[in-house]
Design a protein around this ligand. Structure first.
Ligand code: Z15
Length: 830
């Protein structure tokens, strides 16, 4: 197989030492070699950060080895591959996750301790890769872990932002944003692929040409930017398979702006080359609000175009005929953000591969599937036609053509129902004519899915009712899940050990349904004792962190009550804060002799507000103002503390979630598509206090309504409550706490006025009407916490019932029912 190069290949093979070894001495040698030659420090003098870098590079070597094996194996077997396209991936740290998935964490820990280092301490040196905002982005990361672990021949594709999600800094209780220049000290996990580059074109004009009697559309771009691949290995657990997350960065192209050089404007030409790098420079920090900005559209097309070129190149390497394309390629669109991929595939197949429209469309319709994360129509992306037409003139034409043919077809199916036709059209007419990206994605995808049962139903009955009636068979549900590798094994090692001990196996790390085995011991006094100990240890870690961050000392006997997620009105952090004010008010007004009956609480809130989201920023300030008052009130002491954890991100979550007793998921029913934070808390034996929204409905099915604290209006009650208006349904208690805020009890009364107005005005998110029920659920939680046996049993049953919420289940479901891909496992698990 080496042809004339056989001799050369043999020689090279003889020079290889075989696979890297994982015994203590080999690991130590490797780490020190990297200290000396990669980090370029003397092995007699290096600090923790340099030790981390060397350590990471030694892990990277092992990952690269496995990636090579995996890719060669995939190439030989040539299975159908799935390509997961997402503009956001929240990977967090990689070190611990990698060594655990490689199965060599303990070996590394031993090797390091002999060198005088502690693995955990070095792991803390790593910064987060925060190339995403919130739930959608962390979901992508969890799903990558599951695709690798389940041996699917999968690739992730995204954008290599130089600035990840902003760092949140709190000054005087106000959020400030600081840039996250995360590549500052290098990124040991990625590999730059200097020859995996593609030109990506923008602007310019399209001209129709007549080539031998055939009409062809020729796009002459006005700007070309080069996309360079950066590969990030994703190791599976309990398998040698290691797949790739390929992220694209913008680099100036030699074709970039030839004109400028020719006209002698050398300096400006060089400066303008720099602009190419801007495309991938910064992540948009807005969770679910689109703005129609040109740079954002450029980012979307840039990563889509490079990915499609890469996928087609891989296909052509071994296949000559595009008829086979749908048997070899599945493309998953993570929300509408990558949906220009549809127009791009059509452009390549029609304009460059000359397949003809009908054949190209037939192929496109067989390869795409589409996940919707949005809940409300306002959350859907609409691209102004002017913007699209200037940036991507040929794509706009293609989308018009797709729409023309779709609408013609639709007329045949439903007749001339113009209202419905205009609702379903990909093109929205109106003051600003625009492209409805979700409609485009639905028209072309063979499968469209929501992310929880209730969300999927909502898509069928409300948001995309017209499409559901036309194509009922396209609509599926794929309830989200999270990976137990990161959210138990990496982040909660003590719980991990305890579970394995009681189940007598570690098999649940790959086969999470085995967790149900804990149910039979839920009432066992010994397990309960050990379970409480684990929680205590995790609370201790969290308490230390809280003290270091905020100076507040908290009692380990208190219930640790956590709400951490992006700040959004619909997530109702404000309801939580109003509840805390109420609790404070009750303690203040209580007879001193009664205070020993109060269940002590540490209320923990964390999350980022989008930089332009004023109300969310006010909520953060209110939280700090209330905390200031409560935490310094000697009357209250340990009975109530409120702390805001700044800069909530993946690695902070890994610390906070295992230490939580109770977690709150307060979205107004019908607004949270799924929610994935709740699943992480559930896995860690944390009890939920929640509305019956998104995936919570399914959590109740798994663990039973008596193992969590539900409250509030149900999804179908919400519209009626809104109609009724607010005046009569606001509870007295709610009015009272709002009064306190308005009266300046916590200072800044003018600043908080608009928050109070919202609740006392039309109260769209129904804080007023849910308040009483919320307080009842809180009281039930207090009561349960006062009975440690009962609480611990509920906690064990939460973990035991969390199996359904593993991303392994979700991914297997996608693979079998949506993508039609099968596992392709490298033989040997070494
Ligand atoms: C995002 O994080 C989510 C939805 C969106 O439309 C955007 Cl733009 C970002 C979240 C949902 O709000 C959350 O309920 C869901 O669990 C998550 O996506 C993953 O599906």
């Amino acid at each position: 197989t080496f042809g004339s190069d056989g001799a050369k290949a043999e020689r090279m093979f003889a020079l290889m030492d075989g696979f890297l070894k994982n015994d203590s001495i080999s690991l130590q040698k490797d780490i020190l070699r990297h200290v000396e030659y990669t980090v370029a420090r003397s092995r007699f003098s290096f600090d923790d950060f340099e030790a981390y870098q060397a350590l990471a590079h030694s892990v990277r070597d092992r990952l690269i080895e496995r990636s090579h094996d995996t890719q060669l194996y995939f190439k030989r077997k040539d299975p159908k591959r799935v390509y997961f396209l997402s503009l956001e991936f929240l990977m967090g740290r990689s070190l611990s996750n990698s060594v655990i998935n490689l199965g060599i964490r303990d070996q590394y820990a031993d090797a390091l301790s002999q060198l005088g280092f502690e693995f955990e301490v070095l792991a803390e040196q790593e910064g987060d890769a925060a190339l995403g905002n919130g739930g959608l982005a962390r979901l992508s990361a969890c799903q990558m872990d599951s695709m690798a672990t389940l041996d699917y021949p999968a690739w992730g594709y995204g954008l290599r932002y130089e600035y990840g999600l902003f760092r949140q800094v709190i000054l005087d209780g106000f959020q400030h944003e600081q840039p996250d220049f995360w590549l500052n000290f290098g990124n040991p996990w990625e590999t730059e692929r200097v020859h995996v580059t593609y030109p990506v074109k923008f602007y310019g004009v399209v001209e129709e040409e007549n080539l031998n009697g055939e009409k062809r559309n020729i796009w002459s771009p006005g700007e070309v930017v080069e996309a360079v691949a950066y590969d990030n290995p994703i190791p599976g657990y309990g398998t040698r398979n290691t797949i790739t997350l390929r992220l694209w960065a913008g680099k100036p192209s030699d074709q970039h702006d030839m004109e400028a050089y020719n006209t002698g404007d050398y300096i400006n030409a060089v400066v303008s080359r720099q602009k190419a790098e801007n495309i991938s420079s910064v992540l948009y920090p807005d969770d679910r609000s689109f703005q129609g900005k040109e740079l954002r559209l450029k980012q979307q097309y840039f990563f889509v175009s490079a990915s499609i070129q890469d996928i087609i190149r891989r296909f052509k390497d071994g296949h000559g005929n595009f008829d086979e394309f749908p048997e070899k390629v599945a493309l998953q669109l993570n929300d509408t953000h990558p949906s220009l991929a549809i127009a791009e595939v059509m452009r390549v197949l029609v304009d460059e591969e000359n397949l003809g429209w009908n054949k190209a469309w037939d192929i496109a319709c067989k390869i795409f599937s589409f996940t919707i994360h949005a809940v409300i129509a306002e959350g859907l992306e609409k691209i102004p036609v002017d913007l699209l037409g200037s940036l991507l003139p040929r794509h706009l034409q293609i989308i018009y053509d797709i729409n023309f043919k779709f609408v013609e077809e639709l007329k045949k199916r439903i007749g001339l129902d113009y209202n419905r036709l205009s609702r379903m059209s990909i093109v929205e007419e109106g003051s600003t004519k625009s492209i409805r990206m979700a409609n485009l994605a639905i028209v072309c995808s063979h499968t469209v899915n929501g992310v929880s049962n209730v969300h999927s139903e909502l898509l069928k009955t409300k948001l995309f009712k017209d499409f559901y009636e036309l194509w009922p068979e396209k609509f599926q549900c794929k309830t989200n899940g999270v990976t137990q590798r990161r959210w138990i094994v990496v982040s909660n090692p003590s719980l991990c050990a305890l579970i394995s001990k009681w189940l007598g196996t570690e098999a649940w790390i790959r086969d999470v349904d085995l967790l149900t085995g804990l149910r039979e011991y839920a009432a066992d006094a010994d397990l309960q004792q050990e379970w409480m100990m684990v929680k205590k240890v995790n609370k201790m870690r969290l308490a230390e962190y809280i003290e270091a961050m905020s100076g507040v000392k908290v009692s380990l006997d208190a219930m640790f009550d956590v709400q951490t997620k992006r700040i959004h009105e619909y997530k109702r952090q404000l309801l939580n804060i109003l509840g805390i004010i109420h609790r404070y008010d009750c303690i203040k007004n209580m007879e001193k002799s009664q205070r020993n009956k109060v269940v002590p609480r540490v209320c923990i809130i964390g999350g980022k507000a989008a930089p332009g989201y004023e109300i969310a920023k006010k909520i953060i300030k209110l939280c700090h103002a209330v905390a200031e008052k409560i935490n310094n009130d000697d009357d209250v002491g340990d009975l109530l503390k409120l702390v805001f954890i700044p800069d909530y991100n993946v690695s902070v979550a890994e610390l906070v979630i295992p230490g939580a007793d109770l977690s709150q998921h307060l979205s107004t029913a019908g607004h949270e598509a799924s929610g994935t934070g709740s699943m992480k808390f559930l896995m860690n034996g944390c009890l939920l206090l929640a509305t019956e929204d998104g995936s919570t409905v399914e959590i109740v099915e798994e663990i039973g309504a008596d193992n969590l604290f539900l409250f509030g209006a149900k999804i179908d009650e919400v519209p009626k409550l809104r109609e009724e208006g607010s005046a009569h349904k606001m509870s007295l208690q709610c009015a009272r706490v709002l009064r306190m805020v308005r009266d300046g009890h916590f200072g800044f009364k003018d600043y908080f006025e608009s928050l109070c107005d919202k609740v006392e005005g039309n109260d769209f998110y129904l804080l007023g009407s849910d308040f009483e029920s919320y307080l009842e659920a809180q009281a039930a939680a207090d009561k349960a916490f006062a009975d440690p046996q009962k609480w611990t049993q509920m906690s064990i049953l939460s973990t035991a019932g969390s199996g359904r919420f593993s991303s392994d289940r979700t991914i297997r479901d996608y693979a079998e029912k949506t993508w039609g891909v099968e596992p392709c496992r490298f033989p040997s698990d070494g």
